[in-house]
Unconditional design. Sequence first.
Length: 111
Amino acid sequence: MRYAISRRDLMKRALVAGTLAPALGLVGKNLRAAELTPLDPNDPAAKSLGFVTDASKVDAKANSTFKPGQHCGTCLQYQGKPSDATAACTIFAGHSVPAKGWCKVWAQRPG
Ligand code: SF4
């Protein structure tokens, strides 16, 4: 038996797929963000890299590389847009970090 599909059906399916794909993409993105747990500053790895949730509270004496204005939102490792409140960080897999946070691995994000 041969199954025939009309051009009209094909166009309808393409329109539905084109409409749903972005919506499904957003759902997937939100699920990924929801899977991240906020990085705890007391986590041993976070502590060893001097992670803080608020860069304005960095102990500059203990962190000689810190310069005012540095924070996660401007870091190369930050996986979100600088305007995102939190995002993944390539250094701390499975965790989110706040845009205003900081750690010793900070490196200027280009642009
Ligand atoms: S590596 Fe960058 S984005 Fe990650 S915690 Fe450190 S300063 Fe923030």
